[in-house]
Design a protein around this ligand. Structure first.
Ligand code: ADP
Ligand code: ZN
Length: 527
């Protein structure tokens, strides 16, 4: 055994330990920055190769690289993977017993660790800091650094305490890494982590091999099944849904239809979740149906599709989840189905969410950006990358590029709907959700319509030229574009200021033609 196990150069560590010939993208420059004791902020998409950016400096610099990671459940896996290639790695977290912790602490103090993973809450304790002071710290790596951002979708209060690292250890280089960074998040990382003097490395967030597609939700399980059966009959993939119940039911449905699908959510016991995860990683063609509890930190290169059967709450979340497809660079699909009920449900969840007005505003802005992506008639990728502050050309590899959606003038149907809402409120002091309003417009004699005598309304039946499905598309897009808002737990529809302009004839409503729209309406033809 040599006296020291450290490497002289980064390239040597890359080849000897990891078996790779060359660095990718900005890796070499980032690593040089940290090896030389300077700070770095790294924005790189999932699969870009962030781990090596702190692992290699930890193998070159004297002492132990301290990695702050919120993913306690994955620390064991990460440490196992490093140990397997001969790196001296360990972790400290709440899952350990005293004996295991004691061993790790001794190894750290005697300089026998290259990398030490710690949970963020541990670093905020004075005892831990004093303990770290007794050894040699090579660097601090702050993984998933967007967790420090209150603006982001993944805020963890423990991350705020990491701002102290700069004061307490001014001479130890720090590297903050994230795959999720809008301008706002990037700035928050920089200020909150005191990274003002750091060099910033912003990689392209484009994932050219991923084809983005967003479809209108109809019978979503059938749509999903047909998507998988026609395009990915034996591929590994992930299906995301918002609720545990939907996860269970969808996994069951796919199984009944001959697919190898497994459910994954926080309500299942830890042992089963671990087995499911390992089957996904080791077996071929396993489909995981999951809540967003699944996927962070899971590195499976050949995931061929990521499907969302509920609308994600933010573009950041959507991008991160879809980013788990096609890490190997081969073609992969990001498929999302969303509908009117998604918009109504999410608006309601925001209205009812605990927290102050500014918190609800933030959630609302996240949702609006997601809706804008769904409803755009332009390239999805251009829209997505612009959200991350990057400009690009239409990609030719998304649904809107491949089949440009037609826009149609929906002003007349919009006015019909809005005036129905206004009449109900003014004449009867009533508010209703989309379903009943559409029944009124289509003149459908339901028990509720009869009970309220709604067939006497002036707008009764004036929207019979559009199908139920088409009307739902109109309402959804009007909600997404801010002509309508929802209120209360039943998702009743109310007008916005923009709606008043439409009613007054001063503003038109442009809608995107739904791909499954069988005939164009009279309104669409402009008659
Ligand atoms: P991220 O953390 O950015 O999502 P990872 O660090 O997990 O990405 O790297 C993604 C994959 O790319 C891993 O399988 C990793 O081993 C591989 N990888 C990283 N850097 C290189 C490189 N320079 N050459 C070849 N493969 C690399
Ligand atoms: Zn495109």
């Amino acid at each position: 055994m040599p006296a020291t196990r450290k490497f002289v150069t980064a390239a040597e560590a890359l080849q000897t330990v990891f078996g790779y010939d060359s660095f990718r993208g900005d890796q070499a420059e980032i690593i040089a920055q940290v090896v030389h004791g300077k700070d770095a902020v790294v924005l790189m998409p999932t699969g870009g190769g962030k781990s090596l950016c702190y692992q290699i400096p930890s193998l070159v610099r004297e002492g132990t690289g301290i990695v702050v990671s919120p993913l306690i459940a994955l620390m064991q896996d990460q440490v196992d993977a490093l140990t397997a290639v001969g790196v001296r790695a360990a972790f400290l977290n709440s899952s350990q017993d005293a004996a295991a912790r004691g061993r790790v602490e001794r190894d750290y103090l005697s300089g026998d660790l290259d990398l030490l993973y710690v949970a963020p809450e541990r670093l905020s304790s004075e005892a831990t800091k004093r303990f770290l002071d007794q050894g040699t710290i090579a660097l601090f790596a702050i993984d998933e650094a967007h967790c420090v951002s209150q603006w982001g979708h993944d805020f963890r209060p423990d991350y705020l305490a990491l701002s102290e690292l700069a004061d307490r250890w001014p001479d130890v280089p720090r590297i903050a890494l994230t795959a999720t960074a809008t301008d706002a998040t990037h700035q928050e990382i920089t200020t909150r982590l005191q990274m003002g003097d750091a060099k910033h490395f912003v990689a392209s967030f484009d994932r050219p091999n991923i084809q983005y597609r967003i479809v209108g939700k109809n019978e979503v399980r059938k749509q999903l099944l047909s998507f998988i059966k026609t395009e990915h009959p034996s591929d590994a993939g992930i299906v995301y849904a918002l609720s545990r119940k939907t996860v269970d039911q969808t996994a069951e449905f796919l199984r009944q239809n001959g697919l190898n699908a497994l459910p994954y959510h926080a309500g299942l016991d830890a042992g089963l979740r671990a087995r499911t995860q390992s089957r996904f990683l080791r077996e071929e063609g396993v489909i995981i149906v999951a809540t967003i509890a699944f996927g962070m930190g899971i590195d499976k290169p050949d995931v061929r599709f990521v499907a969302h059967i509920d609308l994600p709450k933010s573009v950041e979340g959507y991008y991160q989840e879809t980013g788990r497809a096609g890490r190997d660079g081969a073609p992969a699909d990001a498929w999302l189905a969303y509908g009117l009920a998604d918009v109504v449900q999410q608006r309601r969840m925001i209205d009812e969410s605990p927290g102050d007005l500014s918190h609800r505003r933030k959630l609302s802005a996240h949702l609006d950006a997601m809706l804008a992506l769904c409803e755009t008639v332009h390239c999805r990728r251009v829209n997505l990358l612009r959200y991350f502050g990057q400009t690009s050309e239409p990609c030719g590899n998304c649904d809107t590029c491949l089949e440009p959606p037609a826009a149609w003038d929906g002003t007349v149907p919009a006015q019909k709907l809005l005036s129905t809402i206004v009449r109900l409120l003014r004449e009867r002091n009533q508010k209703f959700g989309a379903g009943h309003l559409i029944d009124i417009l289509r003149g459908k004699e339901t028990p509720r319509a009869t009970q309220h005598g709604h067939n006497a309304l002036k707008t009764w039946g004036i929207g019979a030229d559009l199908s139920d499905q088409q009307w739902r598309g109109v309402v959804r897009q009007m909600l997404a574009q801010g002509f309508l808002a929802t209120s209360g737990e039943y998702g009743t529809l109310i007008l916005t200021d923009a709606a008043a302009e439409v009613l007054g004839g001063g503003r038109s409503v442009q809608l995107r033609t739904e791909p499954d729209r069988p005939v164009r309406s009279a309104a669409a033809r402009g008659s």
